[in-house]
Every structure is written in structure tokens, then in C-alpha cells.
Design a protein around this ligand. Structure first.
Ligand SMILES: Cc1cc2nc3c(=O)[nH]c(=O)nc-3n(C[C@H](O)[C@H](O)[C@H](O)COP(=O)(O)O)c2cc1C
Length: 318
């Protein structure tokens, strides 16, 4: 029986106050469907480099079959470059769309007119103010513990700051991988948790056995916050958003010296080769500090159930 209800569960029509983060490309239709069927809120990530056919394929998986609530995650600066990404997302008729890493203001009224709830990940007081001004419905306080692109403030201080700024629903992201983490952020006043890294070990995630194995082997001290991989791939991420990846000697060597990684360099050739064969001693593997808590590949439903049950047990004491 599901016993934790929050404004988030009511707003999204789900029974567990957690969402899987829209990780690209790992969070596709299968993962989102499995999370939603388990009572959470499934999200599909869309990236600026995704081909339209691939996006359509992933969205079909969540839309075909028995209806479940789901969301789509987009990146603001990618929509600026490819406005059709937003059209595709709206046409899929999700319950929620998140627009992160930039100002969502230009898109909010269109989404509201389509009856879609708008969320945005924020990484500082200033970004929270931007999201509030834009009129987003749900703020996701994303701490630096998170895997993938993020800011530099820890989840707990950021969550407290954002909660003091608004009465709108706030969800916490970054480093939450157990019922302890979910219970902690709910007790602090968040309406739920936005969870990425733990779902990299879900059977339904779109990643390889090799990637999962590396995540299982990594500890909480073995991540690196860097823009090396954006530079190596000519991705135009704003400077303030670096990405958290599994630490490697290669990544550490170039962090802080990213300007030396331009086209034609031997480091780029090494990286390209490693990426092609998934040599994760060089190629990037985005993951957050919660890797230290992750030990096995499991169905997404088992991850959702374990987090929910533990959070319920802990919160019962109150
Ligand atoms: C592999 C990976 C890819 C990600 N890709 C995206 C993305 O495309 N868009 C987005 O808004 N957030 C993305 N994120 C960030 C997540 O939305 C979320 O903030 C983060 O996973 C939460 O922290 P956690 O990893 O500690 O659970 C990604 C995270 C990971 C680990």
C-alpha cells in the first residue's frame, strides 16, 4: 500500500513521490514506463543531439500500451537551437515537461495552454528566481552531487534556500538513492525526489552491461565534476554547468585545461577511440555521488519499491 502523499503525488497522479530523472539517452520509454507502472513518475530525456526518429521511437514506448502518466525532460539551450524538440514533446501529450539549464520563460505559457505542468531544475538562488519569474509549477533543486550536468551547490543547502524562496512545490535532486534520502528531503519540506544515478542500474535503462559494471564498481569518492567531455564533443553547455562523471585519470588530467582539447588534438583521438569501444578508463560515464550506494542491476520497479518502503518506515517514526 502506498502511504506517502504529497502535493507532487496529487499533481502528477502518482502514488510514490519520486520521478526518474530525464537522463539522455539512458532514460528512454522503457525506463519511464517501468517507473510509472511501479507507482512513480517516469520521465524520458531528450537531448539536443537526438535524431527525430529515435525520439519518436522512445516516446512511442511510453505512449503505446496501457496509459501511464509520464514526463519529458528538455534542455533550454538545446530548444533554442532546435525549436522542433519542444513541438515533438508537446505533441506527445505528457503530464509534465521539464526545461532545465537556461531560462524556461519563453516556453511556459505555451506549455500551460497545452495543459502541461512545467518543471525546471535549478542550481542556485539566482536560477530559482529565474524559474519562479518564468512561472514554472515545480522547482527541482538540483545539487552538485547529481550525475550529469549540474551546478556547484550541494543538494541540502540548495534545497533549504529554494524552500525558503517559494511555496510552490519543490523537488530535490542529487545524491538521493535510498529511502533515507527520500525521507530526508520530504522531512525538509520537499514534495518528492528526482532520482537519476540509481536508475542507471535499472534493467530498463538504455546503457550497456559494461557501463553498469563500472558504476557498480565505483565508490562515492570516485566522481569528477568537469567540462572536459563537453569540450571534447564541442557541446555548447554554459560554463557554469559542468558535469559529474565517474573519475578517471584521463578526465582528471584534462580538467582545468579544457582549452587544450580542440579539434585535431591527440587527446580527442584517444577519446573518440575509447568512446567507440566503451573504454570507460577514458570515455565518459556520467554518474553522481550516490554510486557509492549502488551494488546491483535490478528492475526499476524494485528500485522504486525499496526506496518507497524504506522512506515510509523512517517517516513512520515521526
Ligand atoms: C547519465 C545522466 C544523464 C543526464 N541527462 C540529463 C538531461 O539530458 N537533461 C536533464 O535535465 N538532466 C539530465 N541529467 C541530470 C538529472 O536530471 C538529475 O538532475 C540527476 O541525475 C539527479 O541526481 P542523481 O544522479 O544523483 O540522482 C542527467 C543525469 C545523468 C546521471
Amino acid at each position: 500500500m502506498h502511504v506517502i502523499t504529497t502535493r507532487l503525488t496529487e499533481q502528477l497522479g502518482v502514488s510514490v513521490p519520486l520521478l526518474n530523472a530525464p537522463m539522455t539517452p539512458q532514460a528512454g520509454g522503457r525506463l519511464a514506463r517501468a517507473v510509472s507502472e511501479a507507482g512513480g513518475f517516469g520521465m524520458v530525456g531528450i537531448d539536443g543531439t537526438d535524431r527525430q526518429e529515435d525520439i519518436a521511437e522512445q516516446l512511442a514506448i511510453i505512449r503505446d500500451g496501457p496509459p501511464v502518466p509520464f514526463g519529458i525532460g528538455l534542455v533550454a539551450w538545446a530548444i533554442e537551437q532546435r525549436p522542433e524538440l519542444l513541438d515533438i514533446a508537446i505533441a506527445a501529450r505528457p503530464t509534465l515537461i521539464s526545461i532545465s539549464f537556461g531560462d524556461p520563460a519563453p516556453y511556459v505559457s505555451r506549455l500551460h495552454e497545452a495543459g502541461i505542468i512545467v518543471a525546471s531544475q535549478v542550481q542556485s538562488r539566482d536560477w530559482a528566481a529565474v524559474a519562479l519569474e518564468a512561472g514554472v509549477d515545480i522547482l527541482v533543486a538540483q545539487g552538485t552531487e547529481a550525475g550529469g550536468h549540474t551546478g556547484s551547490v550541494g543538494t541540502l543547502p540548495l534545497l533549504q534556500i529554494v524552500l525558503e524562496m517559494t511555496n510552490r512545490p519543490v523537488v530535490a535532486a542529487g545524491g538521493i538513492a535510498s529511502g533515507r534520502g527520500l525521507a530526508a528531503v520530504l522531512a525538509a519540506g520537499a514534495e518528492g525526489a528526482w532520482i537519476g544515478t540509481p536508475f542507471l542500474l535499472a534493467e530498463e535503462a538504455r546503457n550497456s552491461a559494461k557501463a553498469r559494471e563500472r558504476i557498480v564498481q565505483s565508490s562515492e569518492t570516485e566522481t569528477l565534476y568537469t567540462s572536459v567531455y563537453d569540450r571534447l564533443q564541442d557541446m555548447r553547455w554554459p560554463e557554469e554547468f559542468r558535469a559529474r562523471a565517474i573519475r578517471t585519470a584521463f578526465g582528471a588530467e584534462w580538467t582545468g585545461r579544457e582549452e587544450l582539447l580542440g579539434a585535431g588534438t591527440s587527446a580527442r583521438a584517444t577519446f573518440e577511440r575509447a568512446k567507440a569501444i566503451e573504454d570507460f578508463d577514458v570515455a565518459h560515464l556520467y554518474a553522481g555521488q550516490s554510486v557509492g550506494l549502488l551494488h546491483a542491476v535490478r528492475p526499476a520497479a524494485a528500485i522504486v519499491a525499496e526506496i518507497e518502503t524504506q522512506a515510509e518506515q523512517l517517516l513512520e517514526r515521526w
